[in-house]
Design a protein around this ligand. Structure first.
Ligand code: ARG
Length: 278
């Protein structure tokens, strides 16, 4: 089955407020034509490998482009996000309407439990588990609720660096089972959990320079990995694992704290095969 993703064009994208450290000093510093050009290049690349649907851009919700935060999709159901920051809450109704119109069963958490969708919740591609980031945006209390709603094992990971405030900024499970991630973004217990669950030959750990260039914020489709930028070493490591790396500049979106993966939401999420956890 061809993978399908959701994106949102950046007509109304700008840095209009500060809710993460990347946005500091960047209010009204962006170029909308440059954002449009970078986004279109990402869309064109992704369309080589997948079907892409777009939700209409709307005025007053500049971060709507970051569709990864719409919710968490599994099969035909979606658990909508409850954004931590008031600035992003108006996006919830637009995403909800899109999912209803496109035949998804829409689920929600209690309104006081913050959860930022596929920004903080990523299915492993080998283990039958969902990695869930918390510490900045999503509440740890969401983990047990997601586990029971979706009948999945949830592995909470604590994020400790404010620059890596969503799980998808520092961790990317790849098809075939490899895990691309930035260890320093996690507390010691979480680093240990990852090392226990994922064997060394499947861990692709990046250093600070790659992490700062949003290399972990990658869109994976089959053996293709689309990202803003990766060092020669990282490209070689990914190639050694069988992946083809496509670099496409997303500097305008980095001013808002996002990059390739944040600008997409995978809509075709199937359950992973059940393998025993160690
Ligand atoms: N400005 C947005 C925010 O801080 C960026 C979101 C990036 N999305 C992501 N999935 N990491 O909420």
């Amino acid at each position: 089955m061809k993978a399908r993703f959701l994106m949102c064009a950046p007509q109304h994208f700008e840095v209009a407020y500060v809710i993460n450290p990347w946005m500091e000093g960047n209010i009204a510093r962006g170029s909308n034509p440059a954002a449009m050009q970078q986004w279109s290049a990402l869309l064109a690349l992704l369309r080589h490998h997948a079907q892409v649907d777009c939700i209409s851009a709307r005025e007053g919700v500049p971060d709507l482009v970051f569709t990864a935060n719409a919710g968490l999709v599994l099969e035909s159901r979606v658990l909508l996000s409850n954004f931590r920051h008031a600035e992003r809450r108006p996006e919830e109704a637009y995403f909800s309407q899109w999912f209803v119109e496109h035949g998804f069963e829409v689920l929600a958490l209690p309104p006081d439990v913050y959860f930022e969708g596929a920004g903080d919740a990523l299915f492993d591609r080998r283990l039958p588990l969902l990695w869930m980031g918390h510490g900045h945006r999503s509440d740890p209390a969401a983990a047990a609720m997601i586990a029971s709603l979706f009948d999945v094992e949830v592995e909470p990971l604590r994020l400790v660096n404010p620059h890596f405030y969503h799980l998808d900024t520092c961790l990317c499970p790849l098809e075939g089972g490899a895990l691309l991630y930035y260890p320093a973004a996690f507390d010691a217990v979480s680093q240990e959990r990852i090392a226990t669950l994922v064997p060394p030959e499947l861990r692709i750990a990046v250093g600070a320079a790659d992490a700062d260039a949003f290399a972990c914020n990658a869109v994976n489709c089959g053996r293709h990995v689309i990202l803003n930028q990766a060092s020669d070493n990282l490209c070689a490591a990914l190639a050694a694992h069988g992946y083809a790396v496509h670099q496409t500049r997303l500097s305008e979106f980095m001013k808002a704290g996002g990059s390739a993966k944040c600008l997409t939401l995978k809509l075709t999420e199937a359950r992973t095969p059940a393998l025993a956890l160690p």
